[in-house]
Design a protein around this ligand. Structure first.
Ligand SMILES: *[C@@H]1O[C@H](CO)[C@@H](O)[C@H](O)[C@H]1NC(C)=O
Ligand SMILES: *[C@@H]1O[C@H](CO)[C@@H](O)[C@H](O)[C@H]1NC(C)=O
Ligand SMILES: *[C@@H]1O[C@H](CO)[C@@H](O)[C@H](O)[C@H]1NC(C)=O
Ligand SMILES: *[C@@H]1O[C@H](CO)[C@@H](O)[C@H](O)[C@H]1NC(C)=O
Ligand SMILES: *[C@@H]1O[C@H](CO)[C@@H](O)[C@H](O)[C@H]1NC(C)=O
Length: 280
């Protein structure tokens, strides 16, 4: 029973984000850039008062920067790789994979791995920010969106159907085609909504409570009955009648009824025999 109550109090909040984990945001928001472009990484997380310090990791090696902002100016191939950050009261962030490319056309995505329901932004980006025409976005080799000029494409709420490899093509001096970028949308882990868990534990809790109360009531009644039995057996006149009643009616409900009747009788009797008892 205590186990159930413990379970009730500690209802696991499934699918909740760890609030003490640091988070990296990119500015501009793309996980891949061309060489010589600039990109700034920001680290957000809980801090100790008076302690701004942020620890950054690049390819699992701590880097010197201790501010919440890590700026990459004129990116080179060596700047690519995995970035993590950590603030005073946080656990290290999820990694951000940064890619530095050399190409004519680049399909940029805001994130490569995320959870269903989160937004996804895509951009077909030309080298040196050149204006491009007749831009086509592809998912798994299939064209799904056309723009007359470079444009960003936003998917506000992703679902698992957005999984796949994306690329784009666009007209400049020639028609250029970008490399493919793999995007993974993870389905929600728990298919049961949160309210279901709450209602389930609530019902279990109520049943446990009702059970406990019933159990205690019956236990008390039985104890009272035992005491009364003792009192009754002392009574020589009516004792036999009453005990036979108790022996006959084994069934609990009937016993209880029987007890109620006896209780009335007993009350009458004790009332009559009060002076006699006080003599003992
Ligand atoms: C990158 O930043 C530097 C210094 O802030 C600036 O001079 C340069 O023009 C920037 N490059 C790009 C591509 O924006
Ligand atoms: C924290 O950051 C602010 C500005 O962002 C700065 O003025 C202050 O000196 C910093 N404090 C410490 C302890 O680094
Ligand atoms: C990248 O790193 C390698 C060694 O780690 C070094 O030899 C090379 O010069 C670096 N390239 C740039 C562009 O910084
Ligand atoms: C980090 O790793 C990436 C590939 O994983 C590599 O291209 C890059 O040069 C590495 N950078 C450093 C500074 O180790
Ligand atoms: C996924 O989202 C698209 C809209 O972006 C919608 O048309 C499609 O029906 C959704 N698919 C599923 C399986 O929910």
């Amino acid at each position: 029973m205590w186990l159930l109550i413990a379970l009730l109090l500690g209802v696991p909040a499934g699918g909740q984000v760890d609030t003490t984990q640091a988070v990296i945001t990119l500015q501009p928001p793309w996980t891949s850039v061309f060489q010589k472009e600039n990109i700034t990484l920001w680290c957000e997380g809980p801090r100790l008062p008076g302690d701004n310090s942020t620890q950054w990791f690049h390819n699992s090696t701590a880097i010197q920067t201790l501010t919440s902002r890590y700026s990459i100016i004129s990116a080179s191939v060596n700047d690519s790789g995995e970035y993590r950050c950590q603030t005073g009261l946080s656990v290290p962030s999820d990694p951000v994979q940064l890619e530095i490319h050399r190409d004519w056309l680049l399909l940029q995505v805001s994130s490569r791995v995320f959870t269903e329901g989160e937004p996804l932004d895509l951009r077909c980006h030309g080298w040196k920010n050149k204006l491009m025409y007749n831009v086509i976005f592809y998912q798994n080799g299939k064209a799904f969106k056309f723009f007359p000029q470079n444009s960003e494409l936003s998917i506000l709420k992703t679902n698992t159907s957005h999984n796949g490899i994306y690329h784009c093509s666009a007209m400049g001096r020639h028609r250029y085609t970008s490399a493919g970028v793999s995007v993974t949308v993870k389905g929600l882990q728990s298919s049961t909504p949160a309210w279901f868990n709450i209602v389930f534990y609530l019902i279990v809790g109520i049943i446990t409570l009702v059970d406990t109360v019933l159990c205690m009531t019956i236990h008390k009644k039985l104890q009272r009955k035992k005491k009364r039995n003792l009192a009754i057996s002392l009574d020589s006149n009516h004792g036999k009648k009453v005990t036979s009643c108790l022996q006959k009616d084994r069934h609990l409900e009937e016993e209880l009824k029987c007890q109620e009747q006896e209780e009335e009788k007993l009350q009458e009797r004790t009332h009559q025999k009060k002076p006699k008892k006080e003599e003992r």
